[in-house]
Design a protein around this ligand. Structure first.
Ligand SMILES: NC(=O)c1ccc[n+]([C@@H]2O[C@H](COP(=O)([O-])OP(=O)(O)OC[C@H]3O[C@@H](n4cnc5c(N)ncnc54)[C@H](O)[C@@H]3O)[C@@H](O)[C@H]2O)c1
Length: 279
């Protein structure tokens, strides 16, 4: 019997649900007959999305960096629906932060993209474990948290932390709940959302060919989640799963082969990397 929680009547909680990948998840889960608890700091966008969904839906506006707001999200959801089947920790920002940039910029990035998820897990996982039902936690990672390209150290650190946090969660849930409650790391590729294209709603004809839509990310997620996969690394229209695999292997070989850090972007290693990708 499938352990999938994406089923009519089950309850999905999505943070950052007002736009982008979170909104695509809300639309798709609504079509699957799930009941929804949607959280975002953009109340207006959340309300306008909720009006388009044919689903039992409660909306909670707040900030993922506020423990009180997250507690309110949990309690409102339990009062409305009595259970939590699928928790999608999706809210995120992409704000610059170089290795010696202002620590206050770092703090905002880490609190939003990483520490909020520690708080969410602290508040929600015990409830999911206490129920007798199957349940799943989906955390949004990034390829920037796996191959960690230069350019936005704070985002890469937050997403690398998210990967490790979710791996640890998956292990501890396996030992504790024997597969009844599972964790999954969803890693979108290049996706056409506000994060990459601020104000994109008004420019629907401007999607670059390389990018996937948020709906494609969610369709891919569901297929891989239902197969029971932990690492769900999305391709896009420019990057295939084989290219991702070679890039990830190159990164790990920096350690194994004692190469300079981030050798993929080191001028002396450019040709070797290009040859590796051609193999
Ligand atoms: N778009 C991509 O190419 C891409 C690639 C890899 C990973 N991701 C990850 O996917 C997730 C979703 O990204 P997206 O592209 O849909 O972004 P988006 O900017 O389109 O949507 C993010 C949503 O999160 C909400 N949000 C941001 N900070 C919040 C806070 N402090 N409290 C409450 N809500 C908050 C925003 O209001 C918005 O509705 C993020 O975690 C992001 O890092 C995106």
């Amino acid at each position: 019997m499938s352990k999938s929680v994406i089923k009519p009547g089950r309850v999905a909680v999505i943070t950052g649900a007002a736009k982008g990948i979170g909104a695509a998840a809300a639309r798709r889960f609504a079509r699957e007959g799930m009941r929804l608890s949607l959280f975002d700091r953009d109340r207006e966008a959340l309300e306008s999305l909720a009006r388009t969904l044919r689903a039992e839906c409660c909306i909670v506006s707040g900030d993922v960096t506020s423990e009180q707001d997250l507690l309110r999200l949990r309690d409102t959801t339990l009062t409305a629906f009595g259970e939590i089947s699928l928790l999608m920790n999706n809210a995120g920002i992409k704000q610059g932060g170089g290795p010696w940039d202002n620590p206050s910029d770092w703090r905002i990035q880490l609190e939003t993209n990483l520490l909020s998820v520690v708080n969410m897990q602290h508040l929600f996982v015990p409830v999911m474990l206490d129920s007798n039902n199957n349940a799943a936690i989906v955390n949004l990672g990034s390829k920037e948290g796996i191959t960690t390209p230069p350019g936005n150290a704070a985002y890469s650190v937050a997403k690398a932390g998210m990967r490790v946090l979710t791996e640890q969660l998956a292990h501890d849930l396996r030992m504790r709940a024997g597969g009844r409650v599972t964790a999954h790391l969803l890693v979108p590729g290049y996706t056409w959302t506000d994060m990459n294209f601020p104000g994109m709603q008004e420019n629907k004809d401007q999607k670059p060919d390389e990018a996937w839509t948020a709906d494609q990310v969610i369709a891919y997620f569901i297929g891989r989640y239902e197969r029971g996969d932990f690492y769900i690394i999305c391709p896009d229209n420019a990057v295939t799963p084989e290219m991702d695999a070679r890039r990830i292997a190159w990164s790990y070989h920096d350690i194994l082969d004692n190469r300079p850090a981030l050798s993929r972007w080191h001028p002396d290693w450019k040709n070797a990397f290009n040859e590796w990708m051609k193999k």
